[in-house]
Write a protein that binds this ligand. Structure first.
Ligand code: SIN
Length: 352
């Protein structure tokens, strides 16, 4: 069970903001909702949903959340407003789940890799290297019964999983090409807080260093870490090319998200509004998933055009060496993820 934060664990400003906002929300009414930071411009709303995330607005996640905001506002005729807080402006990797549970924010879309650390190791199955051939295979899992079962797991911590969202496949970056296992020797690679990703880096001969997404650019610039992994949309919008000279298109694993809300908040929303919000979100996620590939492709184009970083494509033999080197991760982390989840995902993938 995720330990609820003591007030001291969250920054004082944020906690005060969160607690004040929750108290205001409980009171209800426009005046009360006008006060928290980020709620400016929402003074007439009856219900305010603060949606925090850590990436840039012009990414698949940022665009899907923006579509959600617009749909909710339009369909509720302004009664329900979503205030969007991108780029970890409000909460980041370290404190966003705690903020959600404390009622300081109403919605998040953390990467699936970040659920293991807070007690849902089964979500780390999405991090397994070379598990998915393409986004269609991912969707067989996320949009099917297995995805629904995974979201239902979140109830154990009074969270409600509202849906999955794609980014895409991750690639490796550093100040040298990373095309085969030998190229990783001795590198310190920034990773998300996922045991599977950490093990993947070890299997390649690198040293994993867990860092928040918002700290990664600075850590690369300062030489605290040597490299990282991400889909191109994140690499480009975080301007990683300023601090990484080489991007290698290894496409070694998937990055996606789950949209989550706090059960107490969700159950306090009336049934009709819950339906309106749920439908708007489903449409926004479908939109985000439809543009995810093209967003990553256009980020790659932009990167190539500006010449910000050298882009390398591994040969088939190099990819096979990467795949072979990381296959042991599936067995090593099988127990943590749960053998039945692994069996179910393999079955879901085969049945396609
Ligand atoms: C995200 O896409 O939300 C962040 C991914 C990361 O932390 O690498």
């Amino acid at each position: 069970m995720l330990k609820l934060a003591t007030v001291a664990n969250l920054s004082r400003r944020r906690v005060l903001h969160g607690v004040a906002a929750s108290a205001c929300a409980a009171l209800g009414g426009a005046q009360a909702l006008a006060s928290p930071p980020g709620a400016l411009g929402h003074a007439r709303a009856e219900l305010l949903i603060r949606f925090a995330h850590v990436v840039a607005p012009d990414t698949p996640k940022g665009l899907a959340v923006e579509r959600f905001r617009a749909l909710v506002s339009q369909r509720s005729e302004g009664r329900i407003q979503v205030s969007v807080h991108p780029n970890a402006q409000l909460y980041g990797d370290h404190d966003e789940m705690q903020a959600l549970q404390l009622g300081a924010v109403e919605m998040l879309a953390p990467s699936l890799s970040k659920f293991g650390r807070v007690g849902f190791a089964e979500f780390e199955l999405f991090d397994l290297p070379y598990l998915f051939a393409d986004l269609a295979s991912v969707r067989r899992v996320t949009q099917g019964p297995l995805g629904a079962r995974l979201l239902a797991r979140l109830q154990r911590q009074r969270l409600v999983g509202l849906g999955f969202m794609d980014n895409g496949f991750k690639h490796m970056s550093a100040n040298r090409p990373l095309l085969e296992p030998a190229h990783f020797a001795g590198l310190r690679m920034r990773v998300q807080a996922s045991r599977v990703i950490a093990e993947q880096m070890r299997a390649l001969g690198a040293r994993p260093v867990t860092l928040a997404f918002s700290e990664t650019h600075r850590a690369l610039a300062a030489g605290v870490v040597d490299g990282t992994e991400n889909p191109v949309s994140n690499f480009w919008t975080q301007r990683m090319h300023e601090v990484q000279s080489d991007l290698s298109l290894t496409q070694h694993a998937y990055l996606g998200y789950a949209v989550v809300t706090n059960q107490r908040f969700w159950e306090g929303v009336n049934v009709a509004d819950r339906q309106l919000i749920g439908e708007a979100l489903a449409e926004a996620l479908a939109h985000g998933n439809a543009i995810a590939d093209e967003q990553n492709a256009s980020a790659l184009n932009a990167l190539r055009q500006t010449g910000g970083a050298r882009v390398h494509t591994p040969s088939a033999a190099q990819l096979e060496a990467m795949r072979r080197a990381t296959q042991g991760v599936h067995d090593a982390l099988g127990q943590r993820i749960g053998a039945h989840w692994l069996a179910d995902i393999r079955q879901a993938l085969q049945s396609g």
